[in-house]
Design a protein around this ligand. Structure first.
Ligand code: ATP
Ligand code: MG
Length: 229
């Protein structure tokens, strides 16, 4: 039996306007992602990977086309509604970790739960569980600048997971890590995927592109190849 459809992109176009010039960063992409899928997105610099991720993450609206998340049309939401769905359904992991400097690892991982209105005692249990699971519980009270890149990414993945989102979006999550740490972080993604999470991951590195279940290759905003690993 096929799992439920989580993401449906129907002919998504994204045009950036700069003065008189227009740039079609995403040029008619249709895509189905089912619950539990592990999808890779590859392509040269400027091919539209991050633009597509921003749309899937409801951080940006398409210029044309429709995006359905769990059957709901999320193509053009007002900001407050987009934020609410994002916080509930999507966990983000970025190349540059995007942790808040002044907060400890614990406090960083806790932030999505605060937005969700989860009481303090419960937050502590959840955050400790995920930091433990990511192998970073012993650095819980450290600030980001007291952590290595790999440790920061572990905190960022914990933060992406605390709300138990339907979807994890990772844009070059190992782009700032050495090869040994890359393997460790990829192993965490495999672990999460093995537990049933849906993951969409952007990467430059062909070796990582081979680790997902399926990888789409973008060129000039179009899907030019689909590789089933
Ligand atoms: N906010 C923006 N305004 C105007 N043009 C943009 C904007 N963001 C991206 N672009 C352009 O859209 C195209 C796709 O950019 P995008 O960031 O999606 O590429 P990418 O595949 O993620 O590249 P990289 O591998 O370098 O991260 C590029 O030509 C880029 O210059
Ligand atoms: Mg990018």
């Amino acid at each position: 039996m096929k799992n439920d459809l989580l993401i449906k992109l129907d002919n998504i176009v994204k045009v950036y306007k700069m003065g008189d010039t227009e740039l079609k960063a995403v040029d008619g992409i249709s895509l189905d992602v089912y619950e539990g899928d592990f999808l890779g997105i590859m392509g040269a610099s400027g091919s539209g990977k991050s633009t597509l991720m921003n749309i899937i993450g409801i951080l940006d609206s398409p210029t044309e086309g429709k995006y359905y998340l769990k059957g709901q049309d999320v193509s053009f939401l007002k900001d407050s509604e987009a934020s609410r769905i994002r916080n509930k359904e999507i966990g983000f992991v970025f190349q540059t970790f995007n942790l808040i400097k002044g907060l400890t690892a614990f406090e960083n991982a806790e932030t999505p739960l605060i937005y969700s209105g989860i009481p303090k005692k419960q937050r502590k249990e959840i955050v400790e569980y995920y930091l433990e699971k990511m192998g970073i519980a012993d650095r819980m009270h450290h600030k980001p600048n007291q952590l290595s890149g790999g440790q920061r990414q572990r905190v960022a993945i914990a933060r992406a997971l605390v709300n138990e989102p339907s979807l994890i979006l990772a844009d070059e999550p190992t782009g700032n890590l050495d090869s040994k740490t890359t393997v460790e972080i990829m192993n965490l993604f495999h672990k999460i995927h093995g537990e049933g999470k849906t993951i969409v991951l952007v990467t430059h590195e062909p070796d990582i592109g081979k680790e997902t279940e399926k990888t789409i290759i973008l060129k000039d905003g179009k899907v030019v190849e689909e590789i089933v690993n």
